[in-house]
Ligand binder design. Structure first.
Ligand code: GLN
Length: 471
């Protein structure tokens, strides 16, 4: 059952919050040992289910939360040994808002350490497996959240997206994932990776379910200086009639894709044509180079953000008396990929190299943004694949640069700060294929409205539950 259907049954008292929580917990206990989607379960969830006010709009709806979003009193590791025992004394705004509406946090999901990766294999604890194929990755870095939703261990989940971490795992696991316009969801309580890019986003098995979460958690927050005063109106937008729009297919994302991705794109265009959309090939010339800029800017910001993990403030602290050896041994606990990012980030910011790398990447980012803005004079939405191919095998990307190339189609919207949605649009063999819609700045609602039209026109043909459903 989809989250909005479950919510209706809870509202009609056909199911109680406790029954729902018990059913999902049972599935987690049965299936998660084979998947590794969860790092921590909320041991108080049944108690919370009993106490929740049934009059609240999301009363009793379970949500899984990526483990880089802090939850008061519930361990939050960011997938890192440095925060292995960290119990946050405060709540992220997104979580506080969901809980205030009656949603229940079922548990915390696995991720690449601090969100750095595209497969969830960089988790310090264990890799997560793809519910469609246990020999393959679920994508990353929100791989735990995507796998949990695809396996229906939970009806809804939160991820975070810096360069594709909600959209790419959503595509690999056959679910929906939204990266909102930068600033629409508060970053307060999201453990920082690259602050100018980080956004919390929802994952679910239907467009309506994404809308439920967005209406609950988006909107201005005085605790986040980059928060936008743009009140969410997602469910309202889904009820409005759809006027056919101009869809731009991004030329730079048309070659080098796997056969299943190519087929899904062709078929989706047919569906949009039938819905009355105008279709046009457009060019976003800087897109193929967006990866280069992203992998300068994101590590630069990460190197500054991760300086705080030195053993003197909170989190893991190595044994010892002398300050410097303690700091060194503490930071030695970072995983290899995190160390690599800190080194690259420190290098591109260093005197003598700053202009050659960081400043140029910033200038490039402005150009990419301007190009995207100009494109939206011609079309109302962009369409491109989320990834060039479906989920790859576990251990299949041992070269870090090959792993970075997985983000080819997702980093563009990230650098431009634009809203982007990955939706299930086909299969390649037994593996799901996702496509991506990108909207103008602040037009997140439009993305969902169009994706809903696609979902309805295709009769949810691309939604499968490989491991069955809770309800
Ligand atoms: N794979 C990208 C990276 O490693 C994106 C990760 C993310 O969005 N958090 O930086």
């Amino acid at each position: 059952m989809l989250a909005h259907e479950l919510r209706a049954r809870l509202a009609r008292k056909e199911l109680s919050p406790k029954e729902v929580a018990e059913a999902y917990l049972k599935r987690v206990q049965a299936l998660d040992p084979g998947l590794g989607a969860f790092l921590t379960l909320n041991e108080r969830v049944l108690e919370e289910a009993e106490r929740v006010d049934p009059g609240l709009p999301l009363a009793g709806l379970p949500v899984a939360v990526k483990d880089n979003i802090v939850t008061k009193g519930l361990r939050t590791t960011a997938g890192s040994r440095l925060l292995e025992t960290f119990i946050p004394p405060y709540e992220a705004t997104a979580i506080a808002r969901l809980r205030a509406l009656g949603a229940l946090v079922l548990g915390k999901t696995n991720l690449d350490e601090f969100g750095m990766g595209s497969s969830t294999e960089h988790s310090a604890f264990f890799p997560t497996k793809n519910p469609f194929d246990p020999g393959r990755v679920p994508g990353g870095s929100s791989g735990g959240s995507a796998a949990a939703v695809a396996a229906d261990l939970v009806p809804l989940a939160l991820g975070s997206d810096t360069g594709g971490s909600v959209r790419q795992p959503a595509a690999f696991c056959g679910v929906y994932g939204l990266k909102p316009t930068y600033g629409r969801v508060s970053r307060y309580g999201l453990i920082a990776y690259a602050s100018s890019l980080d956004q919390i986003g929802p994952l679910a098995r239907s467009v309506r379910d994404l809308a439920l979460l967005m209406d609950a958690m988006a909107g201005f927050d005085p605790l986040d200086a980059t928060s936008l005063d743009l009140p969410p109106r997602f469910q309202e937008a889904l009820a409005e009639p759809l006027s056919p729009l101009r869809l731009g297919v991004v030329r730079e994302a048309l070659s080098g894709n796997s056969p299943g991705v190519e087929r899904a794109l062709g078929e989706a265009l047919e569906v949009f044509r039938t819905l009355g959309f105008g279709i046009k090939e457009v060019s976003w010339p800087t897109l193929p180079l967006a990866l280069n800029a992203y992998y300068i800017l994101a590590p630069a910001e990460a190197s500054a953000n991760l300086a705080r993990y030195d053993g003197t403030l909170y989190g893991y602290r190595a044994e010892g008396e002398e300050l410097w050896p303690v700091v060194e041994a503490t930071r030695g606990r970072f995983g290899l990929e995190v160390k690599r990012r800190i080194l690259v980030g420190t290098f591109v910011l260093s005197s003598g190299y700053y202009e050659a790398y960081y400043a140029r990447a910033q200038a490039f980012r402005r150009r990419l943004r301007a190009e995207a803005k100009a494109l939206f004079q011609e079309v109302d939405l962009l369409l491109l694949p989320t990834t060039p191919h479906p989920a790859f095998p576990l251990g299949g990307r041992p070269d870090p640069l090959a792993m970075y190339r997985e983000d080819l189609y997702t980093v563009g919207a990230s650098l431009a700060g634009l809203p982007a949605l990955s939706f299930p649009a086909g299969f390649e063999g037994h593996l799901p294929v996702g496509l991506q819609l990108v909207a103008p700045w602040g037009q997140d609602e439009r993305l969902l409205r169009v994706a809903l039209a696609f979902e309805e026109a295709t009769d949810r043909a691309f939604l499968r539950t490989p491991l069955g459903e809770a309800f």
